[in-house]
Design a protein around this ligand. Structure first.
Ligand code: ZN
Length: 241
């Protein structure tokens, strides 16, 4: 099986469609989405509809939770809050219902999916360092825990020699090693590279690739401005921050 990993789409249809064009051409069998389909961008319905159409294995993100009315955006910054309130208004009933029913965790084929952390998924903690990541390993049993939320590609291995952060674009998953993995954000990358970030997992070859796709950033920005959403959210897309 080959899986496409599409996380933190954040209502950015231009980015999602560019990534799916590549994954469709390569005929991946299944899609994995560790949450945050909506928030920040201007195309929430189109993005949720596409994820539903793909029968993607999806978990709940914090923006999805607020958009669906499961929690209030009390801890959101003003830009995120303004956009999520707009998202609540425009989100169609079936799409809201889909988000509302998403589980916090899901597993398939020896992988666990969660948006933030396996230890306390509903607390929306951020795994941004090797130390923070290492503390999560006792909280999952699967070989790989796939997460999102930080918008940074990240791969931490726990093998016979201890913990090791892996850098690069293509990795071979070893049988005696467990992994904590984030393929970055499709719709709002924050690692300085504005191209959409996604991943490909091949369960036969046991490889994972971190990939980037060029997309029409100018149109995604224009849609944000045309919808009356914060200019800051448009500007950051071309910087990848
Ligand atoms: Zn996110």
């Amino acid at each position: 099986m080959r899986y496409g990993i599409i996380s933190d789409i954040h209502s950015n249809w231009k980015a999602l469609s560019a990534v799916l064009d590549v994954l469709d051409k390569e005929k991946v069998d299944r899609h994995l989405c560790p949450g945050d389909l909506v928030g920040y961008g201007a195309d929430p319905n189109r993005c949720v509809e596409e994820v539903r159409r793909l029968s993607c294995l999806t978990v709940l993100g914090n923006h999805d939770s607020v958009a669906a009315g499961r929690e209030e955006p009390t801890y959101f910054n003003p830009h995120a809050r303004k956009t999520i309130e707009w998202t609540r208004e425009v989100l169609e009933g079936e799409n809201r219902g889909y988000l509302k029913e998403l589980p916090m965790k899901r597993n398939e084929g020896g992988w666990l999916l969660v948006h933030a952390t396996p230890s306390e998924p509903e607390a929306w903690h951020y795994i941004l360092s090797e130390d923070r990541g290492a503390r999560e390993f006792p909280h999952f049993n699967e070989g790989v825990c796939l997460f999102g939320h930080t918008h940074y590609p990240f791969l931490l291995a726990q093998g016979p020699g201890g913990f090791k952060s892996l850098r690069g674009n293509k990795f071979h998953l070893e049988p005696d090693t467990r992994y904590l993995l984030n393929a970055g954000s499709v719709g709002q990358p924050r690692d300085g590279d504005p191209r959409a970030a996604y991943g490909v997992y091949d369960s036969e070859a046991m490889t994972v690739e971190f990939r980037r796709a060029e997309y029409d950033i100018a149109t995604a920005q224009k849609k944000i401005l045309d919808a009356g959403l914060p200019r800051f959210l448009a500007e950051r897309l071309s910087k990848g921050v």
